[in-house]
Design a protein around this ligand. Structure first.
Ligand SMILES: Cc1cc2nc3c(=O)[nH]c(=O)nc-3n(C[C@H](O)[C@H](O)[C@H](O)COP(=O)(O)O)c2cc1C
Length: 336
């Protein structure tokens, strides 16, 4: 076993992960989600988890080099450690974007090599890069040459079951200079269907020295533990599990460190957090934009409560802040 492997193992035992020179005191990453993991949600995740690695939504390199200021790259020091994710396929543009994002406070630069959406694939971005490992490697090299930050990438098992290539791809990314990788354990064709194949990702153990993260279907303390065991990964990335659940990385982190499961949040607590999330989106985007943007989150926060579908119907159409607050108070009172 080489030195890097031994070091990874020692850190693993302490529930820490080192990505190049950055030591992260947690095995948990909040995964990038476009339209979801904005500045506001990340700050809420950070309120509960001081240590997890946050990730921005994917940032288009084409758009970024033309227009340097936008909501999507807004960040502040309290978010540290934070990975800024870039999408695109042109090494020089992505490297230039990395330079801009370093100025904006990126701790780590992550490259999107897993997005399965048609529009992104057609542009030869996202998961399409798994069909062009040489271009993917050139991207990693170009970013490494331009900025002295750790560089990571996130990809899938492969394009489809017949062309699964994540092991070779991971080795190639490591050779190109990647400092860590994250694997969503599904193919591009699967999109989000079927179960994430955590066990399959364990094939990486022994093939690469850099840390790897397992992603897909991690929604609780138990699934986090199982995903880590089956994949033998160094850490986990949580995506959809964060929806209506921004405290999840903290709970999982605590469980992995202590073996103690957290009490579920009460309805009162959940509604208070919902309100905080809503208020902060309004402060960030302005009242009407904030109210409309937030609509996607209600179903997750109120899932499983008595009368959820009726409340949801009202909340996702209401434009008046005071009426929204009344509905939320109603939910609390009626479900006590
Ligand atoms: C709404 C949505 C937006 C996403 N946006 C991104 C993105 O910008 N970059 C990326 O690498 N993955 C993105 N993903 C994929 C997630 O990061 C994650 O890989 C996937 O949801 C599987 O993990 P999960 O089961 O924990 O959600 C997105 C997923 C969803 C549902």
């Amino acid at each position: 076993m080489n030195t890097q492997n031994t070091l990874n193992k020692e850190l693993n035992n302490q529930n820490k992960i080192k990505i190049k020179n950055i030591e992260i005191n947690s095995k948990v990453i909040s995964a990038p989600m476009a339209g979801i993991t904005d500045y506001v949600l990340r700050k809420l995740i950070r309120k509960y988890s001081k240590n997890c690695l946050l990730t921005t939504e994917m940032i288009s390199s084409e758009a970024l080099v033309q227009q340097k200021e936008c909501h999507i790259i807004h960040s502040d020091n309290e978010e540290y450690p934070i990975s800024f994710q870039i999408s695109g396929h042109k090494p020089d543009l992505i490297a230039k974007s990395a330079e801009i994002l370093k100025e904006k406070g990126a701790t780590i630069i992550d490259i999107n090599m897993g997005c399965p959406v048609n529009k992104v694939m057609k542009a030869t971005d996202g998961c399409a890069l798994m069909k062009s490992p040489n271009i993917a490697a050139d991207i990693i090299k170009a970013v490494k040459d331009k900025v002295d930050l750790p560089v990571t990438c996130k990809f899938r098992l492969g394009i489809n079951q017949e062309t699964i290539n994540f092991v070779d791809f991971a080795v190639k990314m490591q050779e190109a200079g990647a400092d860590a990788i994250c694997v969503h354990a599904r193919t591009r064709v699967q999109m989000y269907s079927g179960n994430a194949d955590w066990k399959r990702v364990s094939k990486l153990r022994g093939e690469i020295d850099i840390p790897y993260f397992i992603n897909g279907d991690i929604i609780s303390e138990e699934t986090a533990k199982k995903a880590l065991e089956e994949s033998q990964a160094n850490g986990i990335a949580i995506g959809r599990g964060l929806l209506g659940n921004p405290w999840l990385p903290a709970q999982i982190d605590n469980f992995l460190k202590t073996g103690i499961k957290s009490q579920p949040k009460t309805l009162q607590e959940r509604i208070n957090i919902l309100k905080e999330h809503l208020d902060n989106e309004i402060a960030f985007r302005g009242e009407m934009n904030g109210i409309k943007f937030f609509r996607k989150f209600y179903p997750y926060y109120i899932k499983g409560i008595k009368g959820a579908s009726e409340y949801r119907g009202k909340l996702v159409t209401e434009e008046n802040y005071n009426i929204i607050i009344d509905i939320l108070e109603n939910i609390k009172n009626q479900n006590e």
